[in-house]
Write a protein that binds this ligand. Sequence first.
Ligand code: NAP
Ligand code: F7E
Length: 337
Amino acid sequence: MSASRRAFITGISGQDGSYLAEFLLSKGYEVHGMLRRTSNLSRTRIDGLFEQGAASDGCLQLHYGDMTDSMSLVRLIRDIQPHEVYNLAAQSHVRISFEQPNYTAEVCALGVLGMLDAIREFQHQSGQEVRFYQASSSEMFGKVTESPQRETTPFAPRSPYGVAKLYGHWITVNYRESYGLHASSGILFNHESPRRGENFVTRKVTQAAARIKLGLEKTITLGNLDARRDWGFAGDFVKAMWCMLQQDTPDDYVIATGSSHSVRELCQFAFEHVGLDYRDYVEHDVRFERPAEVDHLLGDATKAQENLGWNPSVHFQDLIVMMVESDLKRAAERREN
Ligand code: NAP
Ligand code: F7E
């Protein structure tokens, strides 16, 4: 093994995993990522890193494994001997968690336990410290009892995803308190980017605005337009994950921008950017609503600002412009091919 610090990222093929891998490589880390087996390789978000040669010089290495296969986690921790583990893998779609509650719990709850225990065992055997980051979520606040939400706000999850994430959160706290693991949990509010999955509402809207503008689609069908979210930029949020693992003492942190907008405002803004009125194109379908909704999330990241020196750099409007412009470019390229 080389002398540089080794980081292991689960969920490296996802939105956050790709930004975090880039960030850690830029800091000189040797980055190892876990991919699950799929019939088509799902690594388009990190293809750019391979094109830049990160894989050929050994700085970026991918390994097969799965959060539902604890033996694969034990093997990977033992083989990689990481200094830092970022556990980002999840069935991360809230509405789909109502359709796949069992699988969501296996990945987002028991998967975290499997990883923590693999780390505990490796640390015990080898004497090497492994720092752990858990991707907790503002969905754990659910039916909120105070606003804005901070680290001390009571949890009240409203979906199988939120409930599973809450287990992942508490078991991380439990391993920290019981076994002295350097385990931190980031309670991240919604964060988006041009790499956001196409079935999350920001990307669904920015992609539709772009495609409607270019004449490739006629309408977009959405669920609840009144829900409000605190939306930030994924590139900013992954830096907070790293900061948490550089602290002497592990802890839990809310990461958020501190301002919220409704889905309706998101539509209005994205469509206005391409010179259209969203009311002419947005249709409603109850299929895109959830059995229980989280109405309004708004985070207070004061603790992260004070302890980590972390601040968001991209505001909501700039984020949406970034995403619409990227979707315009992608749609135009596809139209030409
Ligand atoms: P994402 O784009 O959906 O990525 C999820 C990643 O997990 C993908 O790489 C996916 O692999 C992988 N994965 C799914 N099931 C797996 C399994 N059984 N075994 C191994 N890998 C598996 O999610 P994200 O937006 O980057 O979010 C990263 C993490 O932060 C997640 O844990 C999410 O729940 C949490 N979080 C996200 C937000 C947000 O607003 N983005 C906010 C709070 C917390 P495939 O590519 O093969 O699907
Ligand atoms: O929904 C409403 C929907 O799916 C946002 C995940 O990253 O952030 C994300 O979860 C809001 C909800 O994100 C549609 O009802 C309306 O109120 O983009 P979303 P989410 O559920 O907030 C948290 C923090 C995570 O941890 C999760 O992993 O938008 N909405 N119409 C819609 N949402 C979707 N997806 N599709 C619609 O058509």
